[in-house]
Design a protein around this ligand. Sequence first.
Ligand code: ADP
Ligand code: MG
Length: 396
Amino acid sequence: MNKKTVKDVDVRGKRALVRVDYNVPISKEGVVRDDYRIKMSLPTIQYLRDQQAKVILTSHLGRPGGIVKQELKMDPVAKVLSELLGTEVKKLDDCIGDEVLQAVNEMKEGDVILLENLRFHKGEEDNDPEFAKALAALGDIYIDDAFATAHREAASNVAITEFLPSVAGLLMGKEIAALSKLVESPEHPFIAILGGAKVSDKIGVIKNLMERVDKFLIGGGMCFTFLKSQGYRIGYSLCEDSQLDIAESILLEAQNRGIKFVLPEDIVSVPEIKAETSSQIVDIKDFPEKGVGVDIGLKTIDLFKKELQNARTIIWNGPLGVFEIERFAKGTYEIAEFIGNLERVTTVVGGGETAEAFKKFNLEEKISHISTGGGAFLEFLEGKSLPGVEALEDKD
Ligand code: ADP
Ligand code: MG
């Protein structure tokens, strides 16, 4: 993936149509509850303004399904963005059409406009060329900075590239660079840490990484399906019985390939998943009949640290426990902090909840790259190509 970025082209004075990911949570009162995604878009916007470009921002918000929904209008986003930029960002009432075109043509260099929710038009999710053409009429150049939607084919990230010169924004460029390095030239030892809820969500990821990594460390809800497939009792812990055969065959494949597949040795067990409850650390050989596993135990934390010590590349998806409850966040936190302090190692973290955990722990700065893509990051790890990235122009 060697794609042109906004820095490889001349944007001076141009109408820059930028696809951003402003799919942010909005409260009933119409207030943005988390401005992380908006903040992540600032470098590209600032760069374009410095270049005297006219910045036309476009995004989807929620799932309106092709009709106008009052509660999914972009106004709250424009308000936050105006504050962050320190300049007024005008929000238009639609994303295509004569009035929009007129407003765009009245822009001055350095102005920023936010178009209305793309998904108010059915053409967006249908990847409709007519809708894409109407969007493209607003710009001289197209810039994609929405990595989180790169796994979906929509008019605003795929069809549109037929009509305009198309390059990556700075955030998208960072994602492409970090992820490309993982598949093209990772330094070894290359270790994958996998957790999260379900094995079934991650089978494709494990299979693809099997070709690349030297070692897997497994925690989270998914470890119990692996443990059960090896004959361990796991009480009422999360388990997918339909995946037991696959789990077993994965373990066998790893063994045949000489890839280390490390499962927990001890687990934090509780009678039920809630904050106020008794808990105990148990050896996986003595799992209580009615226990539920919610985190990796202390022995396992130490074991994982030892296994990670010499890593040169680490990729992590999926929390190692129910980190949303502070008492059960210890395993995830300790390992996160540990890899954050390792030297000479490239660390890449992704997945909706995993990124959330790093934000919560305030450890984002210690990681080489935290992906802004949930589904897109996972599909990339599965080895699938991302249509939104593919559609952009290659660097020579
Ligand atoms: P991501 O969004 O990073 O890809 P997942 O969606 O696969 O991650 O999984 C995240 C969820 O997994 C979290 O909400 C967390 O509470 C849950 N989880 C982690 N460990 C366990 C466990 N032992 N039992 C049940 N759920 C777990
Ligand atoms: Mg998730």
